[in-house]
Design a protein around this ligand. Structure first.
Ligand SMILES: Cc1cc2nc3c(=O)[nH]c(=O)nc-3n(C[C@H](O)[C@H](O)[C@H](O)COP(=O)(O)OP(=O)(O)OC[C@H]3O[C@@H](n4cnc5c(N)ncnc54)[C@H](O)[C@@H]3O)c2cc1C
Ligand code: FES
Length: 277
């Protein structure tokens, strides 16, 4: 069985949106979950978050950044083409309850996974204050969707080309100090590069606000068997594919996460070489 690509386009430079016919995944998907796909039978398995899903049309939307061999191959596929395997939905869904006021932070390509979570939290009756950030305005995407999914939307760019000139953490800090328009902040969820998630965690910790991050370690089987996605949370070993990917931000060992992510850099560089010429 293969999975048909219904649409594909470049959202902003190096970031692509792909719509795939995957009725069984779309039927069961919940915010916070991901798929593991393999382009063809010789391909590497890579995890991508389900950025959107529609049970009625049987489609899922993936947003991915072109960084290495497999994401480059994926970016070269077109609508009408197909993908050999799309396994999922995998991972524990995000906890969606009525918490009160929730800050949702999406950094870079992390805007894609935060979107369905913000939307579901708003539907559950929360006041959702979203903060989306990117290095520069030209690589910021889904501002319209995030606006709809939030009660209040803040934008940050590292170079000041749009919104607040600086990092998402500065807006988080400001909201925690002044409570936003709504008073108390009850929960924070942050998805983005590990350095950003670590920085958000250190900003929220002194305020004692429950903070959740979605971890992105290297994954292979996605079933808790291979151990590739091992992370340390609260001093305990967890497998992000089955125990996560969301964890208590204040308990995660980010140093280990980052060093394990960099473990295969020489092999990844070698795999990329034929595609660079
Ligand atoms: C649960 C989860 C959800 C993710 N969701 C998204 C998403 O929605 N959009 C997106 O752009 N990226 C997402 N990622 C990261 C994505 O899986 C990697 O960018 C991708 O695997 C890179 O593969 P590559 O061959 O193109 O690059 P490579 O050159 O092989 O690797 C580049 C970098 O990507 C990471 N990586 C490589 N292989 C894997 C792997 N098998 N599993 C996880 N990380 C890997 C490593 O940090 C590595 O240094 C997610 C990762 C996880 C764990
Ligand atoms: S990916 Fe193998 S245990 Fe999680």
């Amino acid at each position: 069985m293969s999975f048909t690509i219904l649409k594909k386009h470049e959202l902003v430079p190096t970031v692509y949106l792909m719509g795939i016919a995957a009725p069984r995944v779309a039927k069961k998907a919940m915010p916070g979950q991901f798929v593991i796909l393999r382009i063809d039978e010789h391909g590497e398995r890579i995890p991508l978050t389900i950025a959107d899903f529609d049970a009625q049309t049987g489609t899922i939307t993936l947003i991915f950044q072109k960084i290495g061999k497999t994401t480059r191959q994926l970016a070269s596929l077109a609508a009408g083409g197909s993908i050999a395997d799309v396994a999922g939905p995998l991972g524990k869904p995000s906890v969606i309850e009525k918490f009160g006021t929730v800050i949702c932070v999406g950094g870079g390509v992390g805007i894609a996974p935060i979107f369905p979570i913000a939307r579901a939290l708003k539907s559950a009756g929360n006041r959702v204050i979203s903060i989306i950030g990117a290095r520069s305005a030209d690589i910021l995407f889904w501002e319209d969707r995030m606006n709809e999914a939030s009660s209040e939307l803040h934008i940050t760019t590292d170079d000041g080309t749009k919104g607040h000139h600086g990092f998402v953490t500065e807006v988080v800090q400001n909201l925690l100090e002044h409570g936003g328009h709504s008073g108390q902040i009850d929960r924070v969820i942050a998805i983005g590069p590990p350095v950003m998630m670590r920085a958000v965690a250190s900003v929220t910790k002194p305020f004692g606000v429950k903070t959740v991050v979605s971890l992105n370690p290297i994954m292979v089987d996605g079933t808790g068997m291979c151990g590739a996605c091992r992370v340390l949370v609260g001093g305990e070993t967890k497998f992000a594919c089955v125990d996560g990917p969301e964890f208590d931000a204040h308990e995660v060992d980010y140093t280990l996460l980052m060093s394990r992510l960099a473990m295969y850099l020489p092999e990844e560089k070698e795999a990329l070489e034929p595609y660079e010429h």
